[in-house]
Design a binder for this molecule. Sequence first.
Ligand code: NAD
Length: 260
Amino acid sequence: MFMGKTALVTGSTSGIGLGIAQTLAAQGASVILNGFGEAREIEHLRAGMAEMHGVEVRHDGADMSRVDHIESMMARALAEFGGVDLLVNNAGIQHVAPVDEFPLDKWYAILAINLTANFHTTRLALPAMKRRGFGRIVNIASAHALVASPYKSAYVTAKHGVAGFTKAVALEVAEAGITVNAVCPGYVLTPLVERQIPETARARGITAEQVVRDVLLAAQPTRKFVTVEQVAALTSFLCSEDAASITGAVLPIEGGWTAQ
Ligand code: NAD
């Protein structure tokens, strides 16, 4: 389905981004992986994906909190692939703490990586998408783009910002063959969620087991985690030709969380 297309998935060395990269590669896209990790493990991922799907796979270690890194990554994508056709803005971090104790460095990092990086990749990807008359931008937001939870002020702020950014850009490029959408997962059991279980337990004064049962899964009427595969399938659909009329949408995939 994506033969001849190039996908850039930010934050794709782990979790949801890795699942999305694998799904797009399986459908023929060349893939630019991005994200942190141990060099040998990343090379193992990269080579495995390329071999399994017979596609070109690169890794760019750009730090998404750094505009100079993002500019170099996008320039390299332009030079090596002629641009990015499928841009998935997925890199994200979380920190859980009461707002009056929220560490300043965490606030700025969450806003930079979860929100401002989307602005930089988008503005730098759009010229080539416009020249080609085709583009798909999928911003991995969160149920926290639609509703809030306590102790996640920076994350909720950034993700609500992603929803607004998605709609604004979708309107600007609607006639250019480019769609821009946000995907809003509920809880997916990735390292990002595993790390916040002890933080949430501390902030709320409860045990880790209580966090999973009474905080995470309590939010989702299905009482099940959303899976990486489900988020990847929705993202892949949004990248397809069949999804050409879906743009500016902020799509929940959260087991009914925001229906309550
Ligand atoms: P994860 O921690 O498993 O993966 C995050 C990825 O981002 C990793 O590849 C990491 O190396 C990369 N990354 C982190 N900081 C970076 C930086 N400065 N520059 C470049 N890469 C960086 O997390 P995940 O759960 O897969 O989350 C992916 C996205 O999905 C995030 O935007 C997150 O907010 C969103 N999301 C996750 C959940 C969930 O429950 N896991 C729910 C809703 C939304």
